[in-house]
Design a protein around this ligand. Structure first.
Ligand code: ADP
Ligand code: MG
Length: 282
């Protein structure tokens, strides 16, 4: 029997278990498919998957399985373009600018010397980020030219993606940021994330602490426009409350985590995700 929904995963987190439970509650025919067991015959008619809810944690597995499936005619949420656009902070930045959505001032440099020159030009502190990455990994605050020299030099010895020196202004903000979960055309819930250990980074993966954030009309409008800018359907939009520029979007998550948002807001996000996907097939 063709499932209505296939949840494609490579790691079962709380999020994936919750999707399975939500599917059961609704009597949806939902199959869980481990991407690590998947081989696609790219030139044949695809198996019956229904709509694929892409949940792979691995960036490359996620993007390439979406490319294969979507290319074979399968409807994947989010689509390949969203994986490409939201999966890369530079690509996201350019699309946010194009759509008139406020985002931190940023530069990109393509060598050590060019990056150091840019850092001197705009002054310290600045934030350097891998264009592809998550959970705050390798996101560094550069406070002065000595640390700049060391950090940029180290990156020059790494895998080529880390030699793309994407730098942002260090945004003056309260010691927190916002994660808003968008499902279709609605922000279904949002949290403030504060660092639990005094770090300037507020990722939950780094021990961040979550609190409910009431969604203002302004925030809703920004998040929907941000989701549309990357052609997304179900995304996590990260925002900062800049002291002088207001709400800035600094990231859009293509395969967003939502465990803590469900916990503190009490919104059944997995059920809303399943409803959204089921509506697409109507
Ligand atoms: N430009 C910035 N200014 C100040 N803090 C920032 C800036 N960019 C990111 N941060 C902090 O660092 C965290 C991680 O950055 P983010 O761009 O979301 O990368 P990741 O994809 O690794 O989560 C954010 O949640 C926020 O707390
Ligand atoms: Mg983030």
């Amino acid at each position: 029997m063709t499932p209505e929904i296939t949840v494609l995963y490579d790691t079962i987190r709380w999020e994936e278990k919750a999707l399975l439970e939500a599917g059961k509650k609704k009597n949806t025919s939902l199959q869980m498919l481990d991407c690590k067991k998947l081989s696609l015959d790219l030139d044949k008619k695809p198996d019956d998957y229904g709509i694929v809810l892409q949940r792979c944690v691995s960036y490359y597995r996620n993007l390439h399985s979406t490319a294969g499936l979507e290319g074979m005619g399968v409807n994947v949420v989010n689509c390949l373009n969203t994986g490409i656009f939201a999966g890369n902070k530079l690509f996201t930045h350019m699309l946010l600018k194009k759509h008139g959505i406020a985002t931190p001032f940023a530069t990109v440099s393509f060598s050590k010397d060019a990056a150091l020159e840019t850092l001197e030009k705009y002054g310290y502190p600045q934030v350097i980020k891998p264009t592809v990455g998550s959970w705050g990994r390798m996101v560094s605050k550069i406070n002065d030219s000595d640390s700049a020299e060391g950090i940029i030099e180290s990156r020059e010895k790494m895998y080529p993606i880390y030699q793309i020196h994407y730098l942002e202004e260090f945004v003056q903000r309260p010691p927190r940021d916002i994660r808003a979960i968008v499902v279709g055309d609605k922000v279904v819930a949002a949290i403030y994330r504060s660092s639990g250990n005094g770090s300037w980074k507020t990722n939950m993966a780094l021990g961040g602490v979550a609190e409910e954030c009431k969604v203002s009309n302004e925030m809703e409008d920004i998040c929907i426009r941000a989701k549309n800018a990357v052609q997304g359907q179900i995304v996590g939009v990260d925002l900062m409350e800049s002291k002088d520029k207001g709400l800035l979007v600094h990231e859009i998550n293509n395969t967003t985590e939502y465990k803590n948002t469900v916990r503190v807001c009490g919104v059944d996000i997995p059920s809303l995700m399943i409803d959204h996907v089921l509506n697409l097939s109507k």
